[in-house]
Design a binder for this molecule. Structure first.
Ligand code: ADP
Ligand code: MG
Length: 234
């Protein structure tokens, strides 16, 4: 069964007298354990779409099923619970909390999820910090580490609740070439190891070269779907 089924999603922003059709009848399906990217120029609707999939906003029309849940029907409280249990987020500017250490940043989403014993909590955090090679930095604050290190912490934070789906909006935009590849490699490994689906928005060729399916957005419309016919890592 598909992890995501999107049908006829439209989103119009109304600011004052101006209406902007950010998404126009967009539809697609994404399978579990996929590595997918939406690409398109600035303003094409990528962030709008990721925000809808992430239950952070509601569409003007259309339907969206994520992991068996009709997410556009969730009220605010139910959407927050759904996010906490099913989704992880990675952002262009990392969005770490400056007053929390690396360890505490990764721990943070777990504090929202009930019923995880503290030993299990600690093990999950330490395992993920090891996976992103940040164990030795765990007591540092975000302003004491580099951009690439911050994004590795953000990956650990996104995965600590074992989400089925991680949404990553331009995750490599603020990283240099080498660091971007390292971050993409970590996400790919997480996908292989854990079966997590990653959905990116990007115009970064490095990500485009690594994903399995590329959806193209142009001016709010889905204009292309390219699948790399079963090509996997050598
Ligand atoms: P992308 O992420 O591909 O750059 P966005 O989804 O951010 O595209 O934006 C799509 C269109 O919607 C753009 O024309 C943008 O200006 C507009 N838009 C995005 N967010 C808002 C908003 N909160 N209010 C009004 N217009 C918006
Ligand atoms: Mg954007």
């Amino acid at each position: 069964m598909s992890l995501i089924i999107a049908e006829n999603i439209s989103k119009t922003y109304i600011t004052g007298e101006v209406e902007i059709e950010a998404l126009k009848s967009v539809g697609f399906e994404i399978e579990p354990a996929s590595f997918v990217s939406f690409i398109g120029p600035s303003g094409s609707g990528k962030t709008t779409l990721l925000n809808l999939i992430g239950c952070l906003d509601k569409p003007s029309s259309g339907s969206l099923n994520v992991a068996g849940t009709d997410v556009f029907r969730l009220d605010r409280r139910a959407a927050a619970a759904f996010r906490g249990n099913n989704l992880g987020f990675i952002f262009q500017d990392f969005n770490l909390m400056p007053v929390l250490t690396v360890y505490e940043n990764v721990e943070y989403p777990l504090l929202m999820v009930q019923n995880i014993p503290s030993a299990e909590r600690k093990k999950r955090i330490m395992d993920l910090l090891e996976a992103v090679e940040m164990t030795d930095q765990k007591d540092k604050y975000p302003d004491q580490i580099s951009g690439g290190q911050k994004q590795r912490v953000a990956i650990a934070r996104a995965l600590v609740t074992n989400p089925q789906l991680v949404l990553a909006d331009e995750p490599t935009a603020n990283l240099d070439h080498k660091t971007a590849y390292m971050v993409i490699d970590i996400m790919k490994k997480m996908k292989e190891d854990l079966g997590t689906t990653f959905i990116f928005s990007t115009h970064d060729e490095k990500i485009v070269g690594e994903v399995e399916i590329i959806y193209t957005l142009e001016d709010g419309q889905l204009t292309g779907r390219n699948e790399k016919g079963g090509v996997k890592d050598a």
